[in-house]
Design a protein around this ligand. Structure first.
Ligand code: ZN
Length: 180
């Protein structure tokens, strides 16, 4: 079946959609998504302007909903060494198998990452957030930190200001990893 690219006006990443219908139509999503539109990223980023280039293709494989393709993202996070913004360039191939509540994980095609759906429908924002959060490094740092007032930090743990501690992304990451 030929690939069918969704017209832009349909794509609202906060809208619930039925991935089965996307898969049956072999729908593709090729879109630049602004990171600011993903609510779960707000505590993690240090400034706006981050974005994700998404190239996803929905399809059916042995009657399962699969998503294949890739994404790349530029994400502004706080460097854990100097506390200034470090722009992370991430990219990843996607091979996801979306399991509806009645489907069992044991039938996931080989090489695909199982994603349990809570119902028939899902938000694209939710799917993307899960993907990206799992791909984030545990402690983002510059390859070489620019000079600033915080350097050198002898004991980074003790020196992290309260605002940093409050937005600790790693607890979120840990809880995400446990749930997968
Ligand atoms: Zn740094």
């Amino acid at each position: 079946m030929p690939q069918k690219i969704l017209p832009k006006k349909i794509l609202n990443i906060q809208q619930w959609f039925d991935p089965l219908k996307f898969a049956e139509r072999n729908a593709a999503i090729q879109e630049t998504i602004i990171l600011d539109s993903l609510p779960r990223f707000q505590p993690l980023v240090t400034e706006s302007g981050g974005k994700i280039e998404l190239d996803w293709q929905f399809g059916l494989l042995k009657r399962h909903i699969v998503v294949t393709g890739r994404w790349s993202a530029r994400i502004p996070m706080s460097c854990q060494r100097c506390l200034q913004t470090v722009w992370l360039d991430l990219q990843q191939e996607s091979k996801l198998c979306l399991l509806r509540p009645e489907e069992s994980e044991e039938y996931v095609p080989e090489g695909f990452e199982p994603i349990m759906l809570e119902g028939e429908r899902i938000k694209l924002a939710q799917l993307l957030e899960d993907e990206l959060l799992l791909a984030l490094p545990v402690a983002p740092v510059h390859q070489q930190c620019p000079d600033n007032q915080y350097q050198p930090i002898a004991e980074p743990e003790a020196d992290i200001p309260e605002t940093e501690a409050k937005t600790n992304p790693f607890q979120i990451l840990e809880s995400l990893k446990k749930s997968h």
